[in-house]
Design a binder for this molecule. Structure first.
Ligand SMILES: Nc1ncnc2c1ncn2[C@@H]1O[C@H](COP(=O)(O)OP(=O)(O)OP(=O)(O)O)[C@@H](O)[C@H]1O
Length: 239
């Protein structure tokens, strides 16, 4: 197991046209970082820039110190999972997961790899179902199985479990945690639940007003007084 890559946004400027954003931050390799902050602060944009769905106006994106700014999303060593998990309704669970396979690398071994991944996310025996026959949590597990077969060293999750109830959400976060520790990949998760972030993440990044306002160890981060805007944000969360 090799530790996942550091991911750096180096003086990245980006503007959808309404207000400029500036991100200068490094996500540590081989750990889980929770990205928190008020609505509209730029959290999803950070993931979209890393994944290559948005291109910086200036600055660079480095993954494992390699400049990936001009690479397409498919060429970048990252996988992204969205809240609505991107499953194809007309395909079986097995086919949905095997979309993640790199055919050249795996040739005949594909079916075993897919079955192993389904077993690891607790869905052995679900391979022939269609997504419509699964619960929300099960569908997210299928999306995670696809992440596993893709074997990319970095995983980006944009509020992946927001639609799930608290119990299921905490099961899924525990699963991500276990997979991260098993594979050593770099994980960045956008979350609106700072209290959960202390439990599942190693580090946090706080985004406020389209800038990085602070970062550090996730342990006890919510009490930090030295990060501008953090206590105001935590207060809002409590209301
Ligand atoms: N596709 C888009 N076109 C134009 N503006 C956008 C687009 N996506 C986001 N924005 C704007 O960019 C800013 C940052 O949005 P972003 O989605 O990154 O915030 P966020 O912190 O993830 O918010 P939330 O917590 O509400 O999901 C916001 O002002 C938003 O309105």
């Amino acid at each position: 197991m090799t530790a996942g890559p550091d991911i750096a946004l180096e003086k990245v400027q980006f503007d959808y046209g309404s207000a400029p954003m500036l991100f200068d931050v490094t996500f540590s390799g081989g750990v889980t970082t929770a990205i928190i902050g008020p609505s509209g602060s730029g959290k999803s944009t950070i993931l979209n820039l890393i994944a290559g769905f948005e291109i910086p106006d200036s600055g660079r994106i480095l993954i494992d110190r390699e400049d990936v700014t001009s690479l397409s999303p498919a060429e970048r060593p990252v996988t992204m999972v969205f809240q609505d998990n991107n499953l194809f309704a007309h395909l079986s669970v097995r086919r949905n997961v095997s979309i993640g396979l790199d055919r050249k690398t795996h040739r005949g071994a594909g079916e075993n790899i897919v079955d192993d991944a389904l077993e690891r996310v607790g869905l052995a025996g679900y391979a022939d179902r269609k997504p419509g026959m699964l619960s929300g949590g099960e569908r997210q597990r299928v999306a995670l199985a696809r992440v596993l077969v893709r074997q990319r060293p970095a995983l980006l999750l944009d509020e992946p479990f927001a639609a799930l109830g608290p119990g299921l959400r905490s099961d899924m976060l525990a699963l991500i945690r276990a997979l991260q520790q098993e594979t050593g990949m770099t994980v960045a998760v956008v979350t609106h639940q700072p209290d959960e972030a202390e439990q599942f993440a190693d580090e946090f990044v706080f985004v406020d007003q389209r800038r990085i306002a602070g970062q550090g160890s996730a342990t006890g981060f919510s009490g930090r007084q030295d990060i501008p805007g953090l206590q105001a944000y935590m207060g809002e969360k409590d209301r």
